[in-house]
Design a protein around this ligand. Structure first.
Ligand code: ATP
Length: 305
């Protein structure tokens, strides 16, 4: 095999709590991670030597600052392979959006190089190495639905959530994760999201039961600084969303709908509002990464019009 293409799925959080700030500056989190069917595509081709990356996104670094390159270099160090690799990245996941796009790309590099060079890493080894690139990388390697604890690296698989139709909106603001965590004064917050209740909701199979408990503690910081987040949530709620929530540190806002027609109508309303230049109609994914089939049979989100 000389080349292979992987799809790297974005994630949202069905619930996000920050338990406390640790002495080392990291934050202890408790969150429900969920893969969604919006993906970047990474093509891996064998070359004579070296690791190089090309991308269609003008603002993305292509050197050692790119998480995909970082992951490839780490793998080459741990599992030296013959020759080199060229990675071509088609960026589709909005950047600095709270959707773990960079971590997803790094995860796809683990799967891609493992297959291309028959490196024999099992999933546990990939996840153990992946956390050295970023706390969300182990989740992106596995994907699906998981409880994530510690600094994000302690993962417990959960059942798939009840079926829902998703609309995800990213307004035209870029949010720095460091800013959001830096301005969250967790010790002063009385109320925390009840993540156990979200998990109970998932296990019950009832969309309404799950949605009623979904919260993201980081909204306190991001929505305060960017009121557009609240405006988008208001529109989603008026359109009949079962829940509308910010993902990760934002600014992406997603909404879950019980009926496809309601999701489509909300998509149209939000499009007309002009509040979110990146807008997707999509669904949950049960994997973090998959190899692209020869014939295209899956939609990539549904960025219409
Ligand atoms: P998270 O949800 O994990 O906080 P995010 O969605 O907020 O992630 P990303 O899009 O993953 O943020 O990345 C943000 C920054 O990381 C960008 O400013 C970008 O320069 C850098 N970066 C490095 N590699 C990548 C990559 N492959 N894709 C996207 N961003 C990358």
């Amino acid at each position: 095999m000389e080349r292979i293409t992987q799809r790297a799925m974005a994630k949202i959080n069905l619930g996000l709590d920050v338990v406390r700030r640790l002495a080392n500056g990291y934050h202890q989190v408790k969150m429900v991670m969920q893969s969604v069917r919006i993906y970047d595509e990474l093509r891996f081709e064998k070359t004579k030597e070296g690791i190089c990356l090309e991308t269609d996104h003008a603002l993305l670094p292509t050197g050692g600052d790119n998480l995909a390159v970082k992951a490839a270099r780490l793998i080459a160090k741990e599992h030296p392979f013959c020759g080199g690799v060229k990675i071509t990245l088609k960026k589709r996941i909005p950047m600095a959006a709270g959707m773990a796009g960079g971590s997803a790309d790094a995860a796809a590099v683990f799967h891609g190089l493992n297959s291309l060079f028959s490196l024999g890493m099992d999933r546990e080894e990939m996840m153990r190495l992946g956390v050295r690139i970023g706390a969300d990388v182990p989740f992106c390697i596995a994907g699906g639905t998981m409880l994530s604890e510690g600094i994000g690296e302690i993962l417990t698989p959960l059942p798939a959530p009840p079926r829902a139709f998703l609309v995800i909106a990213k307004p035209a603001v870029d949010v720095s994760t460091a800013y959001v965590y830096g301005n969250l004064h967790v010790e002063t917050l009385q109320d925390h999201p009840d993540i156990e209740a979200v998990i109970e909701g998932i296990r019950s199979g009832s969309l309404e039961k799950m949605c009623v408990r979904m919260e993201n503690i980081l909204e306190h910081v991001t929505a305060e600084k960017y009121p557009i987040i609240k405006e988008i949530k208001t529109i989603f709620n008026k359109c009949g969303a079962s829940v509308s929530l910010m993902s990760g540190s934002g600014p992406s806002v997603f909404a879950l709908f019980a009926q496809r027609e309601w999701a489509e109508a909300a998509y149209g309303t939000l499009k007309e509002s002009g509040l979110a230049p990146s807008l997707f109609l999509t669904e949950f994914a049960d994997t973090g990464c998959e190899s692209a089939p020869r014939r295209r049979q899956w939609r990539n989100g549904d960025e219409r019009g």
